[in-house]
Design a protein around this ligand. Structure first.
Ligand SMILES: [Zn+2]
Length: 397
């Protein structure tokens, strides 16, 4: 079931471990947060057991199963990953950067980067014999979870807030998932899941599952492979739960340890100004996030007031020498529209936050004319095209 290099799970706080040598495989696959202290658990790998050449090639996420928990043969997969890094020369010229590439995660099976993580997390839950999986989500994770659960007729239950885009809600059901639409915001959906779902279930929320962020590692391998293992000067990501930041930095670190690149490129985590607990903690020099009291951003996918991966993301950003920053909603929409109208790529709202972060990093001189940047578009514009279109209405278009 497990890959050769997978050692087991370790608690990120107390360090308690659950290893393949001394624990039941189903217990590992079905594990959640640490039973002793409640902190997230993360997979550990013995990279000495990984052939670096085996992870250089391969278009799809599971082609790199040597650094994932499970063998590809055992995976619930729909050809996630293998997304292109699209050159954006007009953006690079406008910002006076040496180069810009957009890693376009919209081209995953359900149109978001989270397919990489949910493919691994649903595989784990199924391997553990779960009869019901669930998560509270702004939208994309619920859709992705339902999509993978359908492959094995596994019952799934997504709790989403009312503000979740119609496309997410519709597709949860189209994939055969059950759904509760909870009045309010993401925090209300999190509470409702904990209080209302009476059956026993495996929680596949970010960092409730030790496997979800781990699948996002493959973004790092691919963006480096796309550049023939020449690390960029900046990797710019949107941040909500913190899982993408943590997953990508884990992947970059593994690539250093495997000798595929020399050092970690700086990772810049961008949040919407109206809900920015990670950036606020970063700017205050704290090592953990505080709950954001009045979350209010048009980018619902990133409106995560109490990010479960906040502390892990802060330490990951620091390790790379990057930073966390914020952008205004209007700038996120403007950047998404600018990329779509000049570079073809249909950047979603969360991707627009990352793109606006690139604009900000160029404007304040953090990045300059020698720098090559990779921006990750995490979701398809077609998940909420009305929001992008209404931004143009404000300009009289
Ligand atoms: Zn613990």
């Amino acid at each position: 079931m497990f890959s050769d290099a997978f050692v087991g799970l370790t608690c990120t706080d107390c360090g308690a471990s659950l290893t393949v040598d001394d624990a039941d495989p189903e217990a590992i696959a079905g594990a959640g947060r640490c039973p002793d202290c409640g902190a997230p658990r993360v997979p550990e790998y013995d990279l000495d057991a990984v052939d670096a050449d085996a992870v250089r090639a391969g278009p799809r996420a599971w082609d790199r199963d040597a650094v994932l928990p499970f063998d590809a043969d055992a995976a619930l997969s729909a050809a996630e990953g293998g997304t292109p890094s699209v050159d954006a020369p007009r953006v690079a010229e406008e910002l006076d950067l040496a180069g810009v590439e957009i890693k376009d995660e919209a081209r995953n099976p359900t149109g978001s980067v989270l397919d990489r993580g949910l493919s691994v997390a649903v595989t784990a839950a199924d391997a553990a014999g779960a009869e019901l999986i669930a998560c509270a989500s702004p939208g994309n994770a619920g859709q992705s979870m339902a999509a993978y659960a359908g492959q094995v007729d596994l019952r799934s239950y997504a709790f989403v807030p009312t503000r979740s885009p119609f496309s997410n809600k519709a597709m949860v059901n189209v994939h055969g998932g059950e759904m509760k639409v909870v009045p309010g915001r993401l925090g209300d959906a999190v509470d409702a899941l904990a209080e209302e779902l009476q059956s026993e279930y495996v929680d596949l929320g970010a960092f409730a599952s030790p496997f979800r962020h781990d699948g996002l590692k493959t973004v790092a391998y691919e963006l480096l492979a796309d550049r023939d293992w020449d690390a960029p000067d900046a990797v710019v990501l949107p941040a909500g739960t913190g899982e993408l930041v943590v997953g990508v930095v884990d992947g970059l670190r593994e690539c250093v340890e495997l000798g595929l690149i020399d050092e970690l490129p700086p990772v810049y985590a961008v949040q919407a100004e109206g809900c920015a607990p990670i950036a606020a903690a970063w700017q205050a020099g704290r090592d953990d996030t505080e709950q954001w009291e009045t979350p209010d951003t048009i980018v619902g996918e990133l409106e995560v007031a109490d990010p479960p991966g906040g502390a892990l993301a802060l330490s990951a950003i620091a390790e790379t020498g990057g930073e966390a920053l914020t952008v205004e909603d209007a700038d996120a929409l403007e950047s998404a529209v600018a990329v779509a109208s000049t570079e073809t790529v249909e950047v979603g709202l969360a991707g627009g936050v990352a793109a606006a972060g690139l604009w900000a990093l160029a404007a304040d001189g953090t990045l300059g004319s020698d720098d090559e940047a990779v921006v990750v578009n995490t979701e398809a514009a077609t998940k909420a095209p009305d929001v992008l279109r209404s931004h143009l209405m404000g300009q009289g278009v």
